[in-house]
Ligand binder design. Structure first.
Ligand code: ATP
Length: 395
């Protein structure tokens, strides 16, 4: 199909509990609320390709952003495998300083089995505390959903700094030696053989997360994008102390905000994501649950290669696709760059370039709508030809 015959208009169908359906244009601020902290002068961004297909999708995203005509200062500091090879350090201090001085980071992907690019991601998440991971899932008119209905417009707000992810694991023999009197809820001792993982929930981390979720839900409600409802997803029936704390803090803050909310156990939340994703607005949840639920929800918009994300902290933010490094397709040109391009749109929105962000979303979805798609969506476009087509929409 000739792209000039296709209008770059993309819609999201928004359904309320009442079942009424409104149709509206997809806008970046449905996914990320306006951030007060605007860069002074030309925004500085750092591009970190990371592992696998990461560098491929980041480079074409930068090309699309360039085609928008947005002025950005882009740094590509050494990191990951290259930095290990050249400097024997996956994240040199100079790279950290470049990241610290930037307004935002565009990240590719990490291969967890390699561990090289992981150092940069861990620095962003844990040292710079980019704690609110926004994972929007929105029905778009050009991609059929394989789960639920057509009218999904949700954002998963996943806590990104604690839970299981700091990797506090060890041998049970060491734990029982140090803490022999520990008993579980049934009064039982720990087994002597095997491994353990510690899942930590702190009031400070939950408070800042739920406050961010409230800000997003209020903004979406004020703009008429959704009804301003928060679903607190936890498993406090089993994890009574840790998720009990998570639920209690979320509940207190949301009640104060005046927004409506419900609480859903994570297993039921997953079922509902498949059966009725359109019933969700903003989901606030802990680290592991958010990770799993966002993979499930991605099927609303064609799978992981389509879902963007942002991780926002109080002093900075990074933007990356939800998918992994896809080691099986590196260098084949098969990588779909859409999720990274849409993450780039979230980054522009964060940098106060809302209009450019909106154009980038329109161009990406317009390209798919015109029939230019990568293999994962059933098309034959390559990473480069897809990006060329997006740039074509932007001319
Ligand atoms: P990781 O441990 O890095 O998260 P993973 O194998 O669990 O890796 P992905 O890297 O997301 O998860 O890959 C899962 C599957 O999806 C692979 O077959 C991969 O090729 C495919 N895939 C992931 N991202 C893309 C993409 N952007 N375009 C096309 N296919 C992709």
């Amino acid at each position: 199909m000739n792209q000039s015959n296709v209008k770059p208009v993309h819609v999201v169908f928004v359904a309320g509990k009442s079942g009424s359906v409104a149709v509206m244009k997809l806008s970046p601020d449905m996914w990320i609320p306006p951030i007060e902290r605007k860069p002074a002068g030309v925004p500085k961004i750092v591009a970190l390709g990371g592992d696998g297909i990461g560098p491929e999708v980041v480079e074409v995203t930068l090309r699309c952003i360039d085609a928008l005509g947005v002025e950005l200062e882009v740094a590509r500091p050494i990191h990951g495998t290259d930095a290990v090879r050249e400097l024997d350090n996956p994240l040199p201090d100079e790279t950290k300083r470049t990241i610290d001085a930037a307004d935002a980071v565009l990240f590719g992907a990490i291969d967890t089995s390699l561990g090289n690019a992981k150092a940069a991601l861990l620095y962003l998440r844990f040292d710079l505390a980019m704690y609110a991971n926004l994972r929007p899932v929105t029905s778009v008119d050009c991609i059929p959903s394989v789960i639920g209905g057509d009218n999904t417009n949700l954002v998963i707000v996943r806590e990104l700094t604690e839970g299981m992810y700091p990797g506090r694991e060890g041998q049970l023999s060491d734990l029982t030696a140090k803490w022999p009197e520990y008993r579980d809820r049934r009064g039982k001792e720990l087994p002597k053989e095997g491994a353990f993982a510690i899942r930590v929930i702190t009031p400070e981390a939950v408070k800042r997360l739920v406050k961010f979720g409230i800000r997003l839900a209020k903004h979406r409600k004020d703009k008429g994008y959704s009804r301003g409802h928060i679903s607190i997803v936890h498993k406090a029936n089993v994890l009574q102390t840790s998720d009990g704390l998570f639920a209690e803090i979320c509940r207190e803050h949301i009640e104060e905000s005046g927004l409506s909310y419900d609480e859903i156990y994570v297993d039921e939340a997953a079922r509902r994501l498949v059966a009725e994703p359109q019933d969700y607005d903003v989901i606030v949840t802990s680290n592991l649950f958010g990770d799993v639920l966002s993979d499930v929800a991605s099927e609303v918009m064609g799978g992981m290669p389509m879902v963007p994300s942002a991780a926002i902290g109080d002093t900075g933010a990074y933007f990356e696709a939800c998918h992994g490094s896809a080691p099986d397709i590196v260098g084949t040109g098969k990588a779909n760059p859409a999720a990274t391009i849409l993450s780039g749109a979230m980054m522009l929105s964060y940098l106060g370039q809302t209009e450019a962000a909106s154009r980038l979303i329109d161009a990406t979805l317009g390209t798919i709508r015109s029939g230019t798609m990568t293999g994962d969506l059933g098309g034959s476009a390559t990473t480069d030809s897809f990006a060329d087509a997006v740039c074509g929409w932007l001319k």
